[in-house]
Design a protein. Structure first.
Length: 115
């Protein structure tokens, strides 16, 4: 089992920044990723980081604006989001990749970007 707890969401104006955190506990995992889901839309991939070597991968929509990072000592992954747009409004979820898929999910944190 892996427990994931997100924090850091909130309301921000367009052009602003937020930093999300996801604290992980439990068994070891290979990747920790961020996804988001807006009302009426499917869940979409945002970014992920390899827990062992720190390699990162981003969705094209966020590549130039978001940065994923990790603190191995704290078992925490971060998502720094800059130049936020109203279309970034969504619930952001943290997920752990074990045995070939993302099979552990946090409850999510709401990010709302006003225009």
């Amino acid at each position: 089992q892996v427990q994931l707890v997100e924090s850091g969401g909130g309301l921000v104006q367009a052009g602003g920044s937020l930093r999300l955190s996801c604290a992980a506990s439990g068994r070891t995992f290979n990747l920790l990723g961020w996804f988001r889901q807006a009302p009426g839309k499917e869940r979409e991939f945002v970014a992920t980081i390899n827990w062992n070597d720190g390699r990162t991968y981003y969705a094209d929509l966020v590549k130039a604006r978001f940065t994923i990072s990790r603190d191995n000592a704290k078992n925490t992954v971060y998502l720094q989001m800059n130049s936020l747009k109203p279309e970034d409004t969504a619930v952001y979820l943290c997920a752990a990749w074990i045995s070939g898929r993302y099979n552990y999910w946090g409850q999510g944190t709401q990010v709302t970007v006003s225009s």
